[in-house]
Design a protein around this ligand. Structure first.
Ligand SMILES: [Zn+2]
Length: 93
């Protein structure tokens, strides 16, 4: 798996992604809502936003997955053979 992907996943699982909710905690004066109106959290931006659902749909189709994760806990299931196997196979090429 490429280092940049590993780093991004580390940020996701350690709640370090610069989303509205995290930026507000650091004193940011902007909005903590997503463009869709939802609370801009990692969970929302990764799985619940309509825009992200579109991206997961493309990933599902592109990698011919039978399912995609619907939450951080789903994504953290390293033994999900369908997703992990297909991503690893892609990275070998
Ligand atoms: Zn949204």
């Amino acid at each position: 798996m490429p280092l940049k992907i590993k780093f991004f996943l580390w940020q996701v699982f350690n709640n370090k992604v610069q989303v509205g909710v995290n930026l507000i905690k650091k004193g940011w004066k902007g909005k903590k809502t997503c463009v869709c109106g939802g609370l801009e959290s990692i969970e929302h931006m990764s799985f619940h936003c309509n825009m992200e659902n579109f991206v997961w749909g493309i990933i599902k189709e592109l990698f011919q997955l039978s399912c995609v994760p619907s939450s951080l806990s789903d994504l953290s299931m390293i033994d999900n053979p369908n997703i992990c196997y297909r991503f690893m196979a892609l990275n070998k090429n």
